[in-house]
Design a protein around this ligand. Structure first.
Ligand code: WAQ
Ligand code: MG
Length: 230
C-alpha cells in the first residue's frame, strides 16, 4: 500500500490538502483527483502544489466510522455538557479556533480546564496516514464530509477523548461538527460567519490521556476507517 498526499499553497499560505492510502494501481487516479482538488479551490489561486507518495509498511489499523447525526437536537453547549466538557474548556477551545493563528492540525486541551496539553505550538497535531472505505449503500454527499468523518473517527478512537469540535477554515463553509465515540458525528450549521479563514479543530481530553501514545497513533499509525450500512 502507498500513502498519497497533496498540499497546495498561495504565497506560503495553506489553501488545500488531501490524503489517502491505496494500492499501486490506483495511484494515477488518486493523483488526478488530488491535483484537481488542489488547483481549483475556493480559498484562492495556487502557486505551489506538492504531491507525495510513500510506501506504507505497517498493516492498517481498522476503525468503525462514527454514525453521522444530520439534524442534532442538541446545541454545542449541551453536547459539551453531556460529555463532561466544561463551559470554561469550550470557551478556551473556541478561543483557539477564532484566534489569529492558522493551525494546520488540532489543538489538544483538558476537558476540565481548557488548558492546552500538546506542545505543537502554532502547527497543531495533524492526523495523517489514513484512508476511508465505504460499504454503505447510500454514499456520503461530499469528499469534505468523508474526510471530516475519517479524521473525527481517528481522533475519537481513544477512550480518554471526550469530544472533538471542528470548524472549517474555508471561506464559505460554515458547517462544522462535534464528534465523540459515545454519541457520533453531530453536524452543526452556522458555526462561523461567511468569508473568514477562521477555523480549527479542538480535541477535549481527560488529563489521564497518555498524550505521546495518542499523538503517535494520530500521526504515524496507518488507519483505515470503514463505514458500514446502519
Ligand atoms: N488533522 C488535524 N487537524 C486538521 C487536519 C488533520 N488532518 N486537517 C485540518 N485540520 C484542522 C486545521 O486547523 C484546519 O484549519 C481545520 O482543522 C479545518 O480544516 O459538513 O472542511 O479541512 O459535515 O477546513 C467539517 C464539516 C468540515 C463537514 C471540516 O475542515 C460536514 C473542514 P478543514
Ligand atoms: Mg480548509
Amino acid at each position: 500500500m502507498y500513502s498519497v498526499k497533496m498540499r497546495a499553497h498561495q504565497d506560503g499560505v495553506h489553501i488545500s490538502g488531501a490524503e489517502t492510502i491505496c494500492e499501486a494501481q490506483t495511484i494515477p487516479a488518486v493523483l488526478q483527483t488530488f491535483f484537481d482538488k488542489g488547483f481549483q479551490h475556493e480559498n484562492g489561486a495556487v502557486d505551489f502544489l506538492n504531491l507525495k507518495i510513500e510506501k506504507i509498511a505497517d498493516p492498517l489499523y481498522p476503525l468503525e466510522a462514527l454514525p453521522i447525526i444530520e439534524n442534532t437536537p442538541h446545541t454545542l453547549e449541551a453536547l459539551c455538557e453531556m460529555h463532561g466538557i466544561t463551559k470554561e474548556a469550550l470557551d478556551k477551545g473556541m478561543g483557539y479556533i477564532f484566534d489569529d493563528t492558522q493551525y494546520r492540525g488540532a489543538v489538544i486541551v483538558s476537558a476540565q480546564t481548557g488548558k492546552r496539553l500538546d506542545r505543537s505550538g502554532t502547527k497543531g497535531v495533524r492526523v495523517t496516514h489514513f484512508c476511508f472505505e465505504d460499504h454503505a449503500h447510500t454514499p456520503l454527499v461530499s469528499t469534505r464530509i468523508q474526510d471530516a468523518l475519517t479524521i473525527a473517527t481517528c481522533i475519537t478512537a481513544f477512550a480518554q477523548v471526550k469530544g472533538e469540535l471542528c470548524v472549517s477554515d474555508d471561506l464559505y463553509y460554515t458547517t462544522g461538527y462535534f464528534a465523540s465515540a459515545q454519541c457520533g458525528y453531530h453536524r452543526i450549521h452556522h458555526l462561523k460567519p461567511v468569508g473568514t479563514r477562521d477555523g480549527g479543530r479542538v480535541i477535549f481530553v481527560d488529563e489521564t490521556l497518555q498524550i505521546d501514545d495518542y499523538i503517535a497513533f494520530l500521526q504515524q499509525q496507518p488507519k483505515q476507517v470503514i463505514r458500514h450500512e446502519r
